[in-house]
Design a protein around this ligand. Structure first.
Ligand SMILES: C[S@@+](CC[C@H](N)C(=O)[O-])C[C@H]1O[C@@H](n2cnc3c(N)ncnc32)[C@H](O)[C@@H]1O
Length: 430
């Protein structure tokens, strides 16, 4: 599942470094002459890659910044040209040097930049003990389940990727992405390569011969990860042994974040999770979770499955609108208002609070906030940014009413969600 491609912020920049690579490992230079740079002739994975179609689509020209050549922007085609001149190359390697856990296909310079980071890599943080198991899932195939009660914010899984490949992968003539993935797998420790090969390929369910099986696994299981955030902003597809087993839900109970220093991905609980519950991630961008079910299904269709999560299977009798859709519509409206006009909303709220003549409005504000929290509870999206807003509004209203107990209750809830949001914001998610 190229979840990252949907999940990431569309405005993310792409930069390619041109630091020369020491010839330690096989590096693959693109030799395609500039004159024949017709994008059609290249096998390039993009946001639009449809797994069921085998692999890839023609890339739309994107702006790629090559900082070491004066920071000038270039299109994908110009990138091919730079590759053909040997300015930008690819490197196949395994990292970190002591464990070789991750098979990496990097643009030149990424490995050097990682190795140049002081004390890189730091040890992988320790996850909570015995809190998950892999089992058959009613959603599809295998899934990850809570083996005990898990607390909101608890660290459930931490792992290094099996394999990473740049999102803007440029394939040299005569080589397919399948061949390149096979080359990376050949460099990897055999047990790690076997773990990759054992992962799901969403096209296998269709039966019959599947072309490019390694690309199928890559498409089904990869996340978008900003391998070197702030330094070399470039999204990579990363595939994981455990995290890639997480099924999708439109009311996910876990979220993941990348840590460049430990070169690892952490999965934490979005809310309290009961023993036996399936751990689910979202393959969609956070804001898309508020779209109606039919629209979410369209976004997920490209990944070759029909979501069986509770909010997608909540069909009202007699084709009545789904309750979940109605709830999410109202939540989406409020989410947009709160996130896009945050300052204005807070200013108006404060003005209302400070005005003793507007007592009636305060009661209405409290009822509205409680109603939205109830909807978020029904949709099991209680870690959303909109929750933090409501808790802080309710806390302020309680303070004005001099109800200390209530104020403390809302402040504690706001702090809980705030902590989660802080971790997610630090990891580039909302
Ligand atoms: C990354 S894999 C998840 C792990 C996979 N179930 C396995 O057996 O390894 C993604 C695939 O799981 C299935 N899947 C994930 N979430 C699902 C959901 N909500 N409803 C139905 N199928 C789902 C789909 O077949 C999808 O292509």
């Amino acid at each position: 599942m190229r979840r990252g491609f949907l999940n990431k912020d569309a405005s993310a920049k792409h930069k390619v470094t041109t630091v020369p690579s020491p010839a330690v490992e096989p590096s693959v230079a693109v030799t395609k002459p500039a004159a024949s740079l017709a994008a059609k002739s290249y096998n390039v994975p993009t946001v639009e890659a449809f797994p069921e179609k085998g692999s890839v689509k023609v890339p739309s020209p994107k702006s790629i910044v090559i900082p070491h050549t004066g920071g000038n922007e270039c299109t994908t085609e110009e990138l091919y040209l730079k590759m053909s001149r040997g300015v930008v190359k690819r490197t196949i390697t395994c990292l970190p040097p002591n464990t070789m856990e991750t098979g990496c296909l990097f643009f030149t310079g990424v490995k050097e930049r990682l190795l140049a980071r002081p004390s890189w890599p730091s040890p992988v943080p320790k996850a909570a003990q015995n809190c998950y198991r892999i089992d058959g899932s009613s959603l599809g195939g295998l899934g990850v389940f809570a083996a005990r009660n898990i607390k909101m914010g608890e660290l459930i899984i931490v792992e290094r990727p099996l394999l990473t490949i740049p999102e803007d992968m440029c394939i040299e003539p005569g080589k397919s992405l399948e061949q390149l993935v096979q080359e990376v797998l050949m460099q990897m420790p055999p047990d790690r390569a076997a773990q990759f090969r054992a992962l799901d390929d969403c096209r296998r369910n269709g039966g019959g011969f599947v072309k490019d099986p390694m690309v199928g696994i890559l498409n089904t299981n990869s996340f978008g990860v900003d391998i070197l955030p702030g330094d070399l902003d470039m999204f990579y597809c990363a595939v994981f042994n455990l995290t890639s087993r997480l099924n999708h839900s439109c009311s996910p109970n876990v979220y993941g974040s990348w840590n460049v220093q430990s070169f690892s991905y952490s999965v934490r609980a979005r809310r309290d999770i009961s023993a036996g519950e399936e751990l689910t991630n979202s393959y969609l961008h956070r804001s898309s979770l508020f779209f109606p079910c039919a629209q979410r299904a369209e976004l997920l269709e490209r990944y070759n499955f029909k979501c069986k999560c509770p909010s997608c299977t909540d069909v009202g009798p007699g084709h009545r609108p789904r309750q979940s859709d109605t709830n999410r519509k109202l939540l989406m409206f409020n989410r947009i208002r709160l996130t896009e006009q945050e300052e204005k909303v807070h200013r108006e709220f404060q003005k209302m609070i400070d005005d003793p003549k507007r007592e009636g409005e305060k009661q209405k504000q409290e009822n509205d906030a409680l109603h939205l929290l109830d909807l978020l509870e029904q949709e099991r999206l209680v870690d959303d940014v909109i929750c933090a807003f409501q808790y802080s509004f309710l806390c302020k209203l309680a303070l004005v009413a001099k109800d200390e107990n209530k104020a403390r209750k809302w402040a504690l809830k706001a702090a809980d969600v705030g902590r989660l949001l802080q971790v997610r914001t630090a990891a580039g998610q909302k």
